[in-house]
Ligand binder design. Structure first.
Ligand code: GAL
Length: 702
């Protein structure tokens, strides 16, 4: 039932204002659009939203499989109004509630008590909402989530505003006498200002925070399953490298026995960049097709950098011009990708010059900021969408358009993008930036799991061998193991004193591919982020309550049962919080603790990794490239601890979308102690989509 009260107010005092329109939506109608996911539209329906720009197709069946929960918020404590063309939204907060999400933040996790201006931008060193993925979605520690699906610059007062009529008002304190006086009195609400006459609002049920994230990701189409090669190692080469330089570099990787699955070409592959032509430079790349074919013969894919601003010297300039905005970026046209025609022009071009010759993905740069570089908010676009809407959606529009190109040729891709937003869970893209703080990169990796995006703490250069190794260790335990040498020209072996250790961690990642690939399959099918915050682990709440608990930072889960705790330059020890249950050292199998803080001293050569009791980790032999569809590999399965374990291993061809036709397998591995002996079983699933031999080598770490 919907009660809408509208007023036309003529304020007596504000004589310069003629009319203020004012609508209050006392009890908007909440529709259950998926199991325990509710939606309402406040005010006018917008014709373009973040989810529609991303083209989301909800996975309703998978959401139906989650527990059903009641609507999690008290209706009478919510309030919605549209005043003078802007939407005012209010949601209640309880005293103990923490708020996670609200964009890709780099320094903070809990956003309660912060004011955020959610605005697509290059991260500028402050968690103020201006960031690469300013996703207007939050998850409460009480186990529900709220998404505002509006493509404007949204301001969120995440528990800061104090209303006269607060449901749970703060205590009034006298600063003269009360030494405990607080500059920020207690606030009992999240209040949101959307500068538009309407917005779609979603509420996602739990009951756990992880269930909220699952529902959010599944509603957005599920996570993305990268091709297997996408989870291998990637190197981006210096900007002006020629085809010959690239082939030499690939050979060097082979000579150093170092993993390499795909290589990234930076701006210099094009005849002009900033603005771009999207055409191969004839001098540096006389035979692009020959290069891509030779790389393919060596098992290496190519990823091409671009920014989308069209150079006057580009062959598609004239045809694209009528579909572009009033302002340029680096003198290039800013195409209105909300329109089908320019998308078609781009698809034809890229199909012919890149996809048909075998290019396997893109790095979509400069779609985030900074303000001085991008189009101003006064720019206008042929579709009529505002410059602001275009800014909030541009990264999504480019991700969707390019993802569709690969989908249409039944080839999975995995690339990079610098701007994203709500609705991106199913996009084949990982976010990166130029900011380069190792610690903040790990915080971003953790926060990415709250908002349906992926993040890579890329490595570029380092001041010391120690830093180099520590950064390499982190990136090998992230969604994309990437060295971005576009300006530094660094190689994995740049610091010879740690070259072996760098190789070891890259090869450990390769060994873990069956485990990692399965984690991504669960992201796709169940919405569980492959790399996730400790807040999403069961037992986190009791962990928070531990006496002497410093805040839990710089540690996260990878897949079902591995806890990763990266090390930073200058540190030889670190504290790690272990959720309840027994935990074991990944390398030695030694028992390390249970529901407590531990201090570890891992040595330079190791990134601390811990495994849950009962954890089963399927691994393969160390290798330099991801498995091909025609290979059959032998699994080494590690079993940790004394608890019985069971694990479902995912597999498919690793390159196409044929899994949509049922060509995938889930194989069950189990181990339990019987009369002091381990009883193990392995039941391979669909044999048509299973690339391992049926004999498994078990290894017990207890
Ligand atoms: C930056 C980008 C870098 C690199 C460079 C090339 O904007 O973040 O990774 O691609 O452009 O010019």
């Amino acid at each position: 039932m919907s009660i809408k009260v509208s007023y036309k107010v003529k304020p007596q005092l504000l004589i310069f204002l003629s009319t203020i329109s004012f609508s209050v939506f006392a009890q908007p109608e909440w529709r259950e659009v998926a199991n325990s996911v509710w939606k309402t539209t406040i005010g006018n329906q917008q014709s373009l939203t973040l989810l529609s720009a991303a083209g989301v197709v909800p996975k309703l069946d998978a959401i139906a499989g989650l527990d059903k929960v009641p609507f999690p918020l008290e209706l009478e404590k919510m309030n919605f109004a549209v005043v003078d063309g802007k939407s005012y939204l209010r949601f209640p907060l309880e005293r103990d509630e923490e708020i996670y999400g609200l964009g890709l933040q780099f320094q903070t996790h809990n956003q309660r008590g912060r004011i955020l201006n959610l605005h697509v931008d290059h991260y500028g060193g402050k968690d103020n909402g201006r960031t690469h993925a300013p996703v207007p979605f939050y998850i409460s520690s009480r186990g529900y989530g709220v998404l505002i699906d509006a493509p404007q610059y949204i301001t969120v007062y995440a528990g800061t505003g104090v209303r006269v009529a607060a449901d749970d008002p703060p205590i009034v304190q006298d600063r003269n006498t009360d030494t405990l006086w607080q500059p920020q009195p207690y606030s009992d609400a999240v209040e949101i200002l959307v500068p538009a006459e309407g917005s779609d609002v979603y509420v996602f049920g739990g009951p756990t925070m992880l269930n909220v994230v699952q529902r959010y990701n599944l509603y957005n189409g599920g996570g993305y399953l990268p091709p297997k090669w996408g989870l291998g190692f990637t190197q981006r080469v210096p900007t002006l490298y020629t085809a010959q330089d690239i082939l030499r570099e690939v050979q060097e990787f082979a000579d150093h026995d170092f993993p390499l699955d795909f290589i990234g070409l930076e701006p210099g592959w094009q005849s002009m960049a900033y603005p771009c032509t999207f055409e191969w430079d004839k001098g540096r790349f006389p035979d692009p097709e020959g290069l891509i074919t030779t790389l393919a013969e060596k098992g290496v894919r190519a990823n091409l950098w671009l920014n989308p601003y069209v150079s006057p010297t580009a062959s598609l300039y004239d045809s694209i011009k009528p579909f572009s905005g009033t302002h340029t970026v680096w003198n290039g046209l800013v195409v209105d990708f909300t329109l089908p025609k320019p998308r078609d022009i781009f698809r034809h071009h890229f199909q012919k010059y890149q996809l048909d010759i075998g290019v396997s993905g893109f790095k979509i740069d400069e779609v985030d900021g900074f303000d001085n570089w991008l189009w101003p908010d006064v720019a206008r676009f042929p579709s009529g969408y505002s410059a602001e809407v275009m800014r909030q959606c541009y990264g999504l529009l480019l991700q969707k358009m390019t993802a569709d190109w690969f989908y249409q040729i039944n080839k999975r891709t995995y690339g990079l993008v610098r701007a994203s937003n709500a609705g991106a869970s199913a996009m084949p893209y990982v976010i990166y930036n130029d900011y380069y703080s190792h610690k903040d990169f790990i915080t971003a990796l953790i926060n990415s799991s709250f908002i349906g995006v992926l993040w890579t703490p890329e490595v570029r250069a380092s001041g010391s061998a120690e830093e180099w190794l520590r950064r390499m260790q982190s990136v090998c335990f992230s969604p994309m193991a990437m060295l971005n040498a576009w300006s530094s020209g660094t190689k994995p072996w740049t610091f010879p004193e740690v070259a072996n250790e760098v190789r070891d961690v890259a090869r450990l990642r390769m060994q873990l591919l069956p485990y990692l690939y399965t984690a991504f399959a669960r992201y796709q099918q169940e919405g569980i982020p492959p790399f996730r915050a400790m807040q999403l682990e069961s037992g986190y709440a009791s962990l928070r309550g531990l006496a002497d608990a410093p805040s839990i930072t710089y540690q996260y889960m990878m897949g079902e049962s591995i806890l990763v705790a990266p090390m930073f330059t200058g540190d030889s020890i670190r504290r790690v919080a272990l959720p309840p249950g027994k935990w074991y050292d990944f390398y030695t199998g030694a028992y390390v603790g249970n529901g407590d803080w531990i201090t570890v001293k891992p040595g330079l050569d190791k990134i601390p990794l811990f495994v849950k009791d009962g954890g089963i980790i399927p691994m393969i032999e160390a290798r330099n490239q991801a498995p091909r569809p025609d290979e059959k590999l032998t699994l080494e399965v590690r079993k940790y601890g004394t608890a019985p374990g069971s694990y479902l291993l995912y597999d498919d061809d690793g390159v196409s979308f044929d899994y949509e036709k049922g060509l995938f397998s889930w194989s069950e591995l189990t181990a339990k102690l019987e009369d002091g002996k381990w009883e193990c079983s392995f039941n391979p699933g669909n044999k048509e989509a299973f690339n391992y031999s049926e004999k498994v080598n078990w290894k017990f770490f207890e």
